[in-house]
Design a protein around this ligand. Structure first.
Ligand SMILES: Nc1ncnc2c1ncn2[C@@H]1O[C@H](COP(=O)(O)OP(=O)(O)OP(=O)(O)O)[C@@H](O)[C@H]1O
Length: 308
């Protein structure tokens, strides 16, 4: 199946020459949730608004549903819902009118039943006749999502949907995103909350300084998370790992003083006890032991530092 969004060699330099995107390539499959993780200024918003055809790329192409966002902007844009980072709503308008008006902007026929259904899904239905100014910050964010869904898009972009919202509301928002996925919408969200990517994404992309550093299935990343390392400091340096220990996932430091054993924390047996016995049998004496766990945060920080 061809990807619903395809980004090829996308570059964006702003006036003044700042390169916000450096040859980005990215394919997004229909029905997935992709989380783009990156620090402030990484280029997340620039990438989203360029994919949506709102920011003009310096070079490269983007297609959405096979339509080029530059040469077939309307056809591509009709397939896209965009939830911006900033709340930009008309305070004196009602919720219902706000969402219906957005639908109209895309040339869709008025359909109150459809709009009410969206409001119901977002737990906003009882607020439909309220003015925007009467809503809490979290409700306003939901109205932004309702607006973005009003013209029945296939792909929904959420730019930092939970920035500045409390933990409870963040979890509510994750449920909303899961429901949208279940209804068949493809979702791309940006975030700098690692736990958000962990909680809801199918794939995680890491972006920094305008470059995508990694795009990987979250389950693969979580498997890496399940890996722990046991650092075994030796009393005396050894030149090689003894053959008797070849069955273990071991590595030896350059100075021969540190063995690192990687094991799966979720496995029934970690193999630590037998390894320690066999180390002794092989004549290696231990000075100290310590364990370390890699987390998505470590992977992220490591990647971002590597490229700094
Ligand atoms: N209109 C603009 N003109 C010049 N530079 C810009 C413009 N918009 C963004 N930038 C710069 O491009 C870089 C990427 O910005 P962008 O908003 O895409 O980052 P981001 O990853 O979304 O950040 P945040 O997490 O803070 O929202 C930043 O260095 C920013 O200052």
């Amino acid at each position: 199946m061809s990807p619903i969004v395809s980004v090829k060699n996308l570059r964006k330099s702003y006036a003044g020459g700042f390169e916000a995107l450096k040859s980005v390539n990215l394919d997004i499959e229909e029905g997935e949730i992709l989380a783009l993780l990156g620090p402030n200024g990484a280029g997340k918003t620039t990438l989203i608004s360029t994919i949506c055809g709102i920011t003009v790329p310096t070079s490269g192409t983007v297609t959405v549903g096979g339509h080029d966002t530059q040469t077939a902007f309307r056809a591509a844009r009709n397939l896209i819902g965009l939830v911006p980072q900033e709340i930009n709503l008309e305070p004196f308008e009602t919720v219902m009118n706000t969402v219906s008006f957005s639908r109209g902007l895309f040339g869709k026929k008025k359909d109150d039943a459809f709009v009410e259904d969206i409001l119901r899904k977002l737990s906003l239905h009882d607020k439909k006749d309220n003015k925007i100014m009467m809503l809490s910050g979290g409700m306003k964010r939901r109205v932004l999502i309702a607006k973005a869904l009003s013209h029945e898009p296939k792909v929904l972009f959420l730019d930092e949907p939970t920035a500045g919202v409390d933990v409870e509301l963040r979890k509510d928002m994750w449920d909303v995103v899961a429901d949208l996925k279940a209804s068949g919408v493809t979702i791309i969200l940006t975030t700098h909350y690692i736990e958000e990517a962990e909680a809801i994404a199918d794939r995680v992309g890491v972006i920094n300084k305008g470059e995508i550093l990694l795009v990987q299935d979250k389950s693969d990343l979580m498997r890496q998370l399940g890996q722990k390392q046991l650092k075994i400091e030796l009393n005396e340096a050894t030149s090689r790992i003894p053959d008797a220990l070849s069955a273990y996932d071991l590595s030896l430091s350059d100075d021969g003083l540190m063995l690192t054993y990687s094991y799966d924390t979720k496995a029934e047996r970690t193999g630590i006890t037998t390894l320690l016995n066999e180390l002794q049998a092989a004549g290696l004496q231990l000075k100290d032991l310590q364990t370390a766990q890699s987390s998505l945060e470590d992977i992220f920080v490591g990647l971002v530092k590597e490229k700094a």
